[in-house]
Design a protein around this ligand. Structure first.
Ligand code: ARG
Length: 460
């Protein structure tokens, strides 16, 4: 018995090498529940068109329910002879219904089916990914809440720059995740178009109802162009861009955790349950989760590049090349579903070493900008203020002392504009407290930001 979906015009079966190359069921089998849901909608439309009588529709729907349960339990599985998920499911239907099972293919092609199934799968799983993203953001926010008033050495070029609130720093990792959540939501609005009814490429001569199918499957509307509907993989490429960017954000967070937990920084310690040891060095405690976050961004970016490269120059409409869209998309979902909960656990159980942060905050003349701003408030042009403060820093560097250690005479020697009252700006606390404008790192704006972020996450 032939189980393939084609063959009438072929003299024999496919060569073994072709079959092995062509088969996709080992990875597209996860589309089965969506394919079955789409089949139900299609069966109803065929019945409404008078192409299935009420009794046939009833038997068809019952068989689809039964097949769905058998797939879920693992009782029905694809065999080596099933080319793809659609082939396997048609076999399951024929086993249950005999010739009636063959009626469901009317007005439908694997080209519109697979595009529909993949849209449904990704829309569904994008919501799952968003949920895990919210959990990671919550973990960061919880830590940030504890550290609104914890000073830290803010950095540019990994050099001490200006003191910041560590809570502000943690929230700086939340903001990109909020944008990613927005991106997933925006993406969904564009992905919510149903290709079913487009057939192979030209639509159908049968009186189908693409709008009814779209509605039943949770899509916003049917596709307005049958050729575009089966050729379009924007929704895959765009999904992979969003997941690649999420990967990049997670890798930057991961890299910082690696730095923070190093002996040299010593700003944070990971919980034992979220750190790993070494097989030879008994003392080791490594941030493998953070490193895997960094490393796995490679495959997420790679998936995007693979799909864009596959699509480039493809003639309309469907080409078999497009079968290559699924593995990167599935891998992106799987990768984030593994990574995000691990990162959330690592962040929420991490102990922040406040003493180390407080000690590090003023290191590296990080209050020099405060001196320059103090001069500006006294009417000195910033260009001169910068120069004067630079001379003060050079003096301290030569003497290996801190800014607040210079004598009143030293101040006068560096510039006539400097006097002992400059010392009032030479504390990390005052530097932070002075930053009161919207979005700044002062305790006021950080508390405000925290409240806004919490509100957005709560209402997600
Ligand atoms: N397995 C195929 C894919 O994923 C399904 C569509 C096949 N269509 C075809 N005309 N060969 O793209």
């Amino acid at each position: 018995e032939r189980t393939s979906l084609w063959g009438g015009r072929f003299a024999g079966g496919p060569a073994e090498a072709l079959a092995r190359l062509s088969v996709s069921v080992q990875f597209d089998w996860r589309l089965a529940p969506y394919d079955i849901a789409a089949s139900r909608a299609h069966a109803r439309v065929l019945a409404a068109a008078g192409l299935l009588d009420p009794d046939e529709l009833g038997r068809m729907l019952a068989a689809l329910d039964d097949l769905e349960a058998a797939c879920a339990s693992g009782e029905f599985r694809p065999t080596v002879d099933d080319e793809d998920v659609h082939t396997a499911l048609e076999r399951g239907l024929l086993e249950r219904l005999g010739a009636l099972g063959g009626k469901l293919r009317a007005g439908r092609s694997r080209n519109d089916q697979v595009a529909t199934d993949l849209r449904m799968y990704l829309r569904d799983h994008a919501r799952g990914v968003a949920g895990r993203l919210v959990e990671l953001a919550d973990a960061l926010v919880e830590q940030a809440e504890r550290h609104v008033d914890t000073p830290a050495p803010g950095m540019t070029h990994v050099q001490h720059a200006q003191p910041v609130s560590f809570g502000h720093w943690l929230l700086a990792h939340v903001q990109p995740l909020l944008r990613d959540l927005d991106r997933l939501r925006d993406w969904d609005a564009r992905a919510a178009i149903s290709p079913l009814g487009s057939g192979a490429l030209a639509g159908s001569s049968l009186p189908l109802d693409p709008a009814a199918v779209a509605h039943e499957l949770g899509f916003r509307a049917p596709a307005p162009n049958s050729m575009d509907a089966v050729a379009d993989r924007d929704f895959v490429a765009e999904f992979l861009f969003v997941t690649a960017l999420i990967g990049v954000h997670l890798s930057r967070l991961g890299e910082e955790v690696v730095l923070w937990t190093s002996t040299e920084f010593g700003w944070a310690e990971l919980d034992d349950a979220f750190a790993t040891g070494s097989s030879i060095m008994p003392q080791k405690k490594n941030a493998d989760i953070a490193e895997l976050a960094r490393g796995k961004s490679g495959r997420l970016v790679g998936g995007l590049v693979a799909v864009l490269t596959m699509l480039k120059g493809l003639p309309l409409t469907y080409d078999r090349d497009m079968q290559e869209d699924k593995e990167p998309a599935f891998d992106a979902v799987d990768t984030l579903q593994l990574l995000l909960p691990a990162l959330a656990g690592m962040i929420s159980t991490m102990t922040v070493r406040v003493d180390r942060l407080v000690a590090a905050a003023p290191v590296g003349f990080s209050l020099a900008t405060e001196v320059a701003d103090w001069l500006v408030r006294r009417g000195v042009p910033f260009r001169d203020a910068h120069e004067i403060t630079g001379r003060l820093v050079a003096l301290c560097a030569a003497r290996e002392c801190e800014l607040e250690d210079v004598t009143d005479d030293d101040l006068k020697t560096v510039s006539e504009h400097l006097d002992p009252s400059v010392r009032e700006v030479l504390s990390v606390r005052s530097a932070l407290a002075a930053r009161t404008t919207f979005g700044s790192t002062g305790p006021g704006p950080v508390a405000e930001q925290l409240a806004t972020v919490q509100h957005r996450l709560d209402s997600w």
